[in-house]
Design a protein around this ligand. Structure first.
Ligand code: SAJ
Length: 406
């Protein structure tokens, strides 16, 4: 039996996928409310294909509990926040999970860390923790790092199709864990060492962060001299070896806006391009705020309460608001001792900010200017409702001839 620890955005789909492909899975999470919800037959977040997968995993016998199980295989998928000041990974949840596993596991158990960690975390924190409990790694406990690569919004598909990396101390153990993932994953699964697996995961997200920062910087340069950044990117991308990403109102989510900081935190004098890129991405919500004021002035609109932000999630068609550019923008506005911006997101039904609306129509009724922060399908399907509004389309997704851009 495999005990999956942490039933969040990654742990839950992974547990469901393994269970529905015939593996014996028990999911553990310390959050009783979350476990109760799952046991009542409901999923805990919205994601394409998740409901269906949930049903087939339940039919296959998956169970959820708050208790750690006594078994020979664990997959730990708990959050790894980062410390905003030191920019270093905060591995406390992973360390706690490992400590709990040590209390119940059988000798010879395999402990797979799936959470994203900064390169070196296993050597610096996890291995010593295990040895403190009296176990010898490589003998009593076998350590593995198997970072995920799935993208929110397309998780179920990517779980089955992306290639994966498995880092292990011993090749045989890596191969054994590879079999579990190969039960559902059609992509190539590379077995390597732990340090390489840790580093590859963080480097992939850093590559994307730097590439987005480049697009964001181009947007600022083009705004300075009133050039069309989107047309320029479109033309450049026709070159066979150029592939620029899209500028946007900022970078959110728990991966691309966080993982690259691990490298800056650990190698401050070496990770220069990465550091500047992260600062550029982090500056985008403020850039949008300035753009809002600029457009308001131009259009003679002086009531900020008649301006609305469309989208609270960190990107299109997900309900995840972690590090969302809209939240960053609202925080920045508060720092300037102003507030009043109205907000609406069809995916975020819980109250998370002031002036939040429940329906698109009520939201549009309340504002004269709409700032598109997220390109949810809903707004693309309702573009006609924006006809009489001043629109700032920070994602360039609406195709409106008279909208303002970044
Ligand atoms: N964004 C832009 N411009 C772009 C692309 C994205 O501004 O051209 C913004 C998005 O709007 C969002 C942020 O960047 O705010 C990140 O979104 P994303 O879709 O690029 O990535 P995530 O964070 O949802 O998922 C990433 C993925 N990593 C890579 O593509 C290298 C995913 O495969 C990882 O599994 C995930 O991080 C993770 O968990 O680490």
């Amino acid at each position: 039996m495999i005990n999956i620890i942490g039933l969040g955005y990654i742990g839950l789909p992974t547990a469901l996928m393994m269970a529905s492909h015939g593996l014996d899975i028990i999911g553990t999470d310390y959050n009783k409310e979350l476990v109760d919800t799952l046991n009542e037959g409901r999923t805990t977040f919205k994601e394409k294909g998740l409901e269906h997968l949930f049903k087939s995993a339940v039919d296959a016998g998956i169970t959820f509990t708050t208790e750690y199980q006594t078994t020979d295989t664990y997959i730990i998928s708990v959050p790894t926040p980062y410390d905003k000041f030191s920019k270093k990974v905060d591995a406390k949840y992973v360390i706690n999970a490992v400590k709990e596993v040590m209390k119940v596991c059988i000798e010879g158990a395999v402990v797979v860390i799936e959470s994203t960690i900064s390169p070196g975390t296993i050597e610096k924190y996890i291995r010593p923790e295990i040895e403190k409990s009296g176990f010898k790694t490589g003998k009593d406990i076998h350590l593995v790092h198997a970072p995920e690569r799935i993208i929110p919004g397309n998780m179920v598909y990517e779980l089955c199709h992306n290639s994966r990396t498995i880092g292990a101390d011993e090749k045989e153990v890596g191969e054994k864990v590879k079999e579990y993932y190969a039960s559902f994953c059609q992509g190539e699964i590379v077995v390597t060492d732990i340090r390489t697996a840790e580093m590859s995961k963080v480097v992939e997200n850093t590559f994307r962060a730097v590439n987005i920062a480049f697009a964001n910087e181009l947007a600022k340069i083009c705004r300075h001299d009133e050039m069309d950044v989107y047309e320029i990117i479109r033309i450049c991308n026709m070159h066979p070896r150029v592939n620029i990403l899209q500028p946007g109102p900022g970078v959110g989510g728990h991966c691309i806006s966080v993982d690259p900081w691990f490298l800056v935190g650990d190698y401050p004098s070496l990770a220069k391009v990465i550091d500047e890129s992260m600062k550029t991405n982090d500056s985008m919500p403020d850039f949008v705020l300035n753009r809002i004021y600029e457009i308001m002035k131009k259009r003679g609109l002086n009531d900020i309460t008649r301006v609305g932000l469309y989208g609270l999630a960190y990107k299109e068609n997900v309900d995840d608001i972690r590090e969302s550019p809209t939240l960053q923008l609202l925080e920045s506005q508060e720092r300037h001792l102003a507030n009043g911006l109205k907000v609406y997101d069809p995916f975020v039904t819980k109250r998370v900010v002031a002036n939040q609306y429940d329906t698109l129509d009520e939201f549009l009724e309340a504002v004269d200017m709409v700032v598109i922060m997220v390109g949810h399908s809903e707004i693309k399907e309702n573009v006609h409702k924006l006809e009489k509004k001043i629109v700032l389309d920070t994602r360039n997704i609406l195709g409106l001839a008279d909208s303002y851009k970044l």
